[in-house]
Design a protein around this ligand. Structure first.
Ligand code: FAD
Ligand code: NAD
Length: 467
């Protein structure tokens, strides 16, 4: 078979790249190692984690918030088997959706490991070892990432686990030790804490979600301690773990240099992810690697070999599904001679805890480091009528704007449903809006979105109306 473009990997980067290539009239094929499409995000990432976050949030609200609303339930209990089954069904319906999109766009799908024979020939080896070769003018590598492991803490995938196993547990942990207070640790820790587990987070840095604006991690930590009884051990260096049957002992060095021991029935290792290129045969095509296992690419996401591109988690930048998707579209449009562009500074980051956390643009720490003159306006959800009505008064919206021009430089939020609200900040910033521009736009009342308007008012000469 001969193609204009072959995409290797069917995650959000790969399948979106394939769709855009097909839309632009290119004869396109996609290769996926596993027998389902959708990659990490759909099968063991974004979607299953959000399904469990939603289910566990329903349970937690039923157990702790419903009575305040005048709803009384007796005999409440968790059916974890059903919860995990539903998660599987959600994943399956999305798998089917992507298969449908491949057919609709006349994209040929190959299941098997894709590897370069040379620059224009890709070998596909299926699960039975059967091989076939396909020819292509251009290739887009979208092979994603795998969890980072710690050399002194080998996984047994039963008690010492990664996010993949944590998405399919058969029992609710009694005491879950989480190594790494980043996005995965806090999201999956929230799932099991809501279902009754005691959760202890051991974090190397002095802040959780340390790459986001520091005010967010501080507020999230306060809320998780209060609402889900999370325990945090900050500035702790994990040194090892021993699995003693049903108990795992984790040792760490505390900030005083003392060795401390933690005991739990499950240990989730969530210390980041690393690019995945195993078995790709990059050397056969002459593709060069960059730093830390990533494939090196230029601004058009082209590797050192003309016609071979790489996108998503396997290249530099945030390891996020929507970043991978934007890159897939960019490469497809670049291949046909268009001039696409991605503003990487405006790719939002979201943590789907409750309350949710989101940020876009520069953090306050980055602005200070740049020595940029800025002003800040905040609005707390406790002053929002909508938040009072739903009982979700934790959190705030913080807007950072240029001191002279009033252009919005960063928006950082923690609060109810702000994973959706951050889109307003992205839109405003893409159009280089000033804080006053947003402050003068009508926001429906009562909504959580009014907090964005009020924070912009606060940044504009301290004009917030409701604080
Ligand atoms: P992947 O989704 O990793 O897909 C790569 C695909 O390539 C895989 O299917 C793999 O099997 C295949 N592949 C690899 N090598 C080969 C080969 N040689 N031949 C054929 N196929 C191959 N991001 C968000 O934006 N929002 C979230 O809410 C979110 N939640 C997450 C929750 C968890 C628990 C995890 C682990 C991640 C989460 N992420 C989230 C991150 C997100 O999943 C990744 O950023 C995203 O999947 C990257 O997409 P990708 O297309 O680059 O690669
Ligand atoms: P992460 O980078 O978000 O967090 C890892 C945390 O582990 C950091 O806080 C880091 O300081 C800490 N850490 C590193 N080494 C440590 C050690 N030895 N001991 C203790 N702590 C240590 O990584 P993650 O949570 O594993 O997630 C991986 C990737 O998946 C992230 O890049 C994230 O963007 C993506 N993801 C995104 C979402 C989302 O968008 N909602 C959800 C899950 C995952």
């Amino acid at each position: 078979m001969n193609y204009d473009v072959v995409v290797i990997g069917s995650g959000p980067g790969g399948y979106v790249a394939a769709i855009r290539c097909a839309q632009l009239g290119l004869k396109t094929a996609i290769i996926e190692k596993y027998n389902v499409l959708g990659g990490t995000c759909l099968n063991v990432g974004c979607i299953p984690s959000k399904a469990l976050l939603d289910s566990s949030e329903h349970y937690h609200n039923a157990a702790h918030a419903f009575s305040e609303h005048g709803i009384e339930l007796g005999n409440l209990k968790v059916n974890l088997t059903q919860m995990i089954k539903r998660k599987g069904e959600v994943v399956k319906s999305n798998n089917d959706g992507i298969s449908y999109l491949m057919k609709k766009n006349k994209i040929d799908t190959y299941f098997g490991l894709g590897s370069f024979v040379n620059k224009n020939t890709i070998k596909v080896t299926d699960a039975e070892g059967k091989e076939q070769q396909i020819e292509t003018k251009k290739t887009i590598i979208a092979t994603g990432s795998k969890p980072t492991t710690l050399p002194f803490l080998p996984l047994d995938k039963k008690r010492i686990i990664t996010s993949t196993e944590a998405l399919s547990l058969t029992e609710i942990p009694k005491n879950m030790i989480i190594i790494g207070g980043g996005v995965i640790g806090l999201e999956l820790g929230s799932v099991y804490a809501r279902l009754g587990a005691k959760v202890q987070v051991i974090e190397y840095m002095d802040s959780i979600i340390p790459t986001m604006d520091r005010a967010l991690g501080k507020e999230l930590m306060r809320i998780l301690k209060k609402s889900l009884k999370f325990e945090f051990f900050m500035s702790h260096k994990v040194t090892g773990a021993t699995n003693e049957g049903e108990v795992v002992k984790v040792t760490a060095e505390n900030p005083k240099g003392e060795t401390v021991t933690f005991e739990g029935d499950y240990v989730l290792v969530s210390v980041g992810r690393k690019p995945y290129t195993e078995g790709l045969g990059l050397e056969n095509a002459g593709v060069q690697m960059g730093e830390r296992g990533m494939i090196a690419v230029n601004d058009h996401l082209e590797t050192n070999v003309p016609g071979i591109f790489a996108i998503g988690d396997v290249v530099r930048g945030a390891m996020l599904a929507h970043k991978a998707e934007e890159e897939g579209v960019l490469v497809a449009e670049h291949i046909v001679g268009q001039k696409p562009h991605i503003n990487y500074n405006l790719i939002p980051g979201v943590v789907y805890t409750w309350p949710e956390v989101a940020g876009v643009g520069f953090t306050e720490e980055q602005l200070k480091e740049q020595g940029r003159a800025y002003k800040s306006g905040s609005f707390p959800f406790k002053a929002s009528g909508r938040a009072k009505a739903s009982g979700d008064t934790d959190g705030f919206v913080k807007v950072l704007a240029d001191k002279e021009t009033d252009e919005i430089l960063g928006v950082h939020m923690i609060g109810p449903r702000i994973a959706d609200l951050i889109a307003e900040a992205v839109t405003a910033m893409e159009f280089r809006a000033s804080a006053e521009d947003v402050a003068r736009m009508s926001h429906a009342h009562p909504t959580y979105a009014e907090a964005m308007k009020e924070a912009c008012l606060a940044a504009t000469e301290n004009r917030a109306l409701h604080i």
